[in-house]
Design a protein around this ligand. Structure first.
Ligand code: SAM
Length: 207
């Protein structure tokens, strides 16, 4: 059954011209929660090879703007700006800000995955580290009402992470799209209705 499902999304991506089967995860998240609107400015973290970018670009339309970053080089797509860099480096974050040039950011999405060690707790901790940096960036960058979507590998630190996000967003939910492999420990946190970075009782850690 698992194999069948994997084949299904893998084949579907090939047939429909998507660069990754992951594209369907974002499409399903959007269908469930309504992430994108036409004209949105989107920052995408961990964007290679570009399947999510294809989905997001279609939904934000020609009046939208998307900037994506990854450790890997990404083949160009019309309407997107891609940069190669490590998002955990401040220099990369600065480059993103320069390219944004003061645009109001409506959506931050992160599908960043750490290198997988196979040790559940290590992979969870590495994933939480990337997710924390993505959350900090979202808090510093999003306009009010903005949306944040992030992949996390499940584990015991997830509860505190969600709790922290709830201080900044009106709605926070964990969601596992059908296109995620059933063997995967990944889950997506969807946060909508950004309240503003000063609207909180306590500052986020690492901010
Ligand atoms: C699952 S893939 C993303 C797939 C993408 N959503 C798509 O649909 O094509 C995860 C990506 O996160 C990137 N990544 C991991 N750590 C990163 C970091 N520190 N900075 C930038 N990208 C990172 C990896 O290089 C990898 O390409």
């Amino acid at each position: 059954m698992k194999e069948k499902r994997r084949d299904h999304y893998y084949r579907k991506a090939k047939e429909e011209g998507y660069r990754s089967r992951a594209a369907y995860k974002l499409a399903q998240i959007h269908k469930r929660f309504g992430i994108f609107r036409e004209g949105d400015v989107v920052v995408e973290l961990g964007a290679a090879p570009g399947g999510w970018s294809q989905v997001a670009l279609r939904l934000i339309g020609k009046s939208g703007f998307l900037i994506g970053v990854d450790l890997q080089k990404i083949k160009p797509i019309e309407g997107a700006v891609f940069i190669k860099g490590d998002f955990t480096d401040n220099e990369t974050v600065e480059r993103i800000r320069e390219i944004l040039g003061g645009r109001d950011v409506s959506v931050v999405i992160s599908d960043m995955s750490p290198n997988i060690s196979g040790v559940y707790s290590t992979d969870h901790a590495r994933s939480i580290y990337l997710s924390e940096i993505a959350l900090k960036f979202a808090i510093e960058t999003l306009k009010r009402g903005g949306v944040f979507v992030v992949k996390i590998f499940e584990g015991d630190l997830i509860g505190d992470y969600v709790k922290k996000a709830k201080r900044y967003f009106g709605m926070v939910k964990l969601y596992s799209p059908k296109a995620s492999r059933s063997s995967s420990s990944e889950i997506y946190m969807v946060a909508k209705g950004f309240k503003g970075r000063h609207e909180t009782d306590e500052p986020a850690e690492n901010s």
